[in-house]
Ligand binder design. Structure first.
Ligand code: NVA
Length: 365
């Protein structure tokens, strides 16, 4: 048993696959506005995702776990909690939690360190508890594992721009993108905030997206916490940035898959180019619509899980994405996963690399 992973592609030995049980459409909170009347959740309402959707998602998650195990990869699963229960800190109360499917959002492994993210939704403040029994067991089993948690945020009203959703939604596209580039989104800079899924790991270089879940103070905290790394704060031309792994997906040394609808900054592209990295625009998704009851986009098509530098798992209906990766020299493992999407994402979101065999390297010398 070893906790250790430096990047998104080294040979995967041990992984966590999330669970769909009990996932909620969250109760309203400053960070989240849900309004899905066509699926029975008009604005202001909350509740569990329907039973039949949950069973279908769990079937696909279980099947994915079996695919990984058949390749000799150890798979752990989180426990489920009663995500419908209200939670509170001394400073706020929230009517529901969220779930335990997108493990990637909450935890990240960097070298031998397991780091718990702050999270930025009140409904997700306690989500680490779904994973704690696993983390405790790893800590007992691996004497070299470092266990860290970023400062628990207060998430008072001061952490959110008042009336953000109404005001931002009324802006023209160019102005929205200007706000994204300037980091003037939902979150204030009152305290460090980040979701782990805004981090893309490339050895010594970590690319961290400033987003609706990650603020500049969160990126600064990561930079100070990881002095041996180059932590790059990055933005993309996406009006609703939330988690980097359907926008900028490193696949192996020298190759990044990029959502061309969401342009990268010139500085980031230059950094890759001078180091001979190729930035490939991802294939157009086969889906025309985003998944139901979800804040994710159809670009989950590129939310792939790399098993080793020559093998990649891709959602089984995304034919064009599979063909593109095949042409790029990968063995493609098709994994049916669209029923999981409403529960918080794709194959990368649903997993956490606990151990990838490999060492720290500098890919951008
Ligand atoms: N929220 C982003 C990332 C999901 C993994 C998207 O839907 O494109």
């Amino acid at each position: 048993m070893k906790v250790g992973s430096w990047n998104e592609w080294d040979p995967l030995k041990h992984v966590v696959v999330g669970r769909a049980d009990g996932t909620m459409v969250q109760a309203p909170e400053p960070a989240v506005v849900r309004d899905w009347p066509e699926h029975g959740f008009p604005r202001g309402t909350h509740g569990p995702l329907p039973e039949e959707m949950t069973s279908a998602a769990n079937e696909q998650l279980d099947a994915f776990a079996r695919v990984l195990e058949a390749r000799g990869i150890r798979v752990d699963r989180p426990r489920t909690l009663d995500f419908g229960q209200p939670t509170a800190t001394p400073e706020w109360a929230q009517q529901s939690m969220f779930g335990a499917m997108p493990v990637r959002d909450v935890l990240v492994v960097i070298g031998n360190e397991l780091l718990e993210a702050t999270m930025s939704f009140r409904s997700r403040w306690f989500e680490y508890l779904a994973h704690r029994p696993l983390i405790e067991a790893w800590f007992r089993a691996d004497p070299d594992m470092r266990w860290e948690a970023a400062p628990k945020p207060r998430l008072t009203d001061a952490s959110y721009r008042p009336d953000f959703w109404e005001e931002f939604g009324a802006l023209p596209f160019e102005e929205q993108i200007a706000r994204v580039r300037a980091g003037e989104l939902l979150l204030t800079e009152a305290e460090p905030l980040f979701d782990a899924a805004d981090i893309a790991r490339c050895g010594k270089d970590l690319f961290v997206q400033q987003s609706l879940a990650t603020n500049a103070a969160g990126i600064r905290w990561l930079r100070q916490h990881l002095p041996e790394h180059r932590v790059h704060g990055v933005t993309f031309g996406n009006t609703h940035p939330m988690h980097i792994d359907a926008t900028w997906v490193p696949l192996r040394p020298g190759l990044v898959l990029h959502c061309a609808e969401r342009p990268a900054e010139e500085e980031l592209l230059h950094h890759l180019k001078v180091n001979d990295w190729q930035v490939v625009p991802a294939a157009t998704p086969g889906r025309t619509d985003p998944p139901p009851l979800s804040a994710c986009s159809r670009w989950l098509s590129m939310n792939v899980l790399v098993l080793d530098p020559g093998t990649v798992c891709v959602e089984a209906s995304e034919t064009a994405q599979m063909e593109q990766l095949d042409r790029l020299g990968f063995e493609v493992v098709p994994v049916p996963f669209w029923d999981v999407a409403p529960f918080g994402g794709g194959l990368h979101c649903a997993t956490l690399d606990v151990h990838r065999e490999g060492v720290l390297e500098d890919y951008f010398p």
